[in-house]
Design a protein. Sequence first.
Length: 252
Amino acid sequence: MSEAAIRLVDVKKTFDGKEFVVNGMNLEIPKGSVTAIIGFSGTGKSVMLKHILGLYRPTSGLIEVLGQDISLLSKDELTIFRRRFGVLFQGSALFDDMTVLENVCFPLTEHRPEYSEEKVIEVASKKLHQVGLDPKHFSKLPSQISGGMQKRTGLARALALDPEILFYDEPTTGLDPILTEMVDNLILETHRQSNGCTSVMVSHDLEAAFRIADYVAMLNAGQVLLFGTPQDFFKTEIELVKRFVAKGMKHR
Ligand SMILES: Nc1ncnc2c1ncn2[C@@H]1O[C@H](COP(=O)(O)OP(=O)(O)O)[C@@H](O)[C@H]1O
Ligand SMILES: [Mg+2]
C-alpha cells in the first residue's frame, strides 16, 4: 500500500467522560485514493471526520494528516494547515448574500492576499468551469440557482485553494436519484482532475460508495469494522458487514 494521507492510531473520543463515541479507531487512507466511509447512522463517521479536520481533539490516540501529527499544531497553525483541505458538507453552506462567483472568490481573497483581484476572479472562474457551471450563473445568488448548481458552487469553493485532500460528508443525502448520480460523478471527475488529490467521502449511498471508491471503511460503534476494496466487502465473512451491504445494495 502506498503512503498514507491520513493515519489514525487507536483514536478514542468521549465528550462526556463516560461514553466513547470513537473507541479505538485505526485507519490508514492511502494518498491519491478515493475512500468511502460507510456505516449505520450514529456510528461516529462525522465525528471522525471532524477529528481529521482538527475541529475536535481526540481524548487519546494519534491522528496524522499529510504526515503531520495534528495534535502538535496550535490553533493558528491548524487554521493554516486546514487550507490544504477542501470540504463539502451536506448542505452546500454557501453564503446566501454572495453571488456564485463571490462565494468561490471568498477563500482566495481570505487566504491568498498576494493575489490581485483579477487573479482571484480568474482562479475562481476556472474552478467554476471545472465543475461545469456556466458563466451565465456566476452573478446569481445561491437562491436563484438549482440545488445541483449549488452543489457545484460549493465544490468549486472547496477546490479554490487546490486542496490536497477533499472531504465530503453525506454529499448526496436528501438529493433525488438524478442529482445524486450527478454529484457522485462530479466527485469522481473532480478527483481525476485534481492530480494526486485524496478524496474522502462519508456516504449513506452504498451503490455510489462501491462504484466510485478505491477503498471503503465501514465504521461501527466508533471503530473500523472493515477496511478494504469494494471486492473485499463483497466477499467478507463479517456478519454485520454482510447484512449492511446486502441492505444497501438491494436495488441492484
Ligand atoms: N459534539 C458532540 N457532543 C456529544 N456527542 C456528540 C457530538 N457530536 C456527535 N456526538 C455523538 O457521537 C455519536 C456519533 O455521531 P456522528 O459521528 O455524527 O454519527 P454519524 O456516523 O451518523 O455521522 C452520536 O452518538 C452522536 O450523538
Ligand atoms: Mg454524519
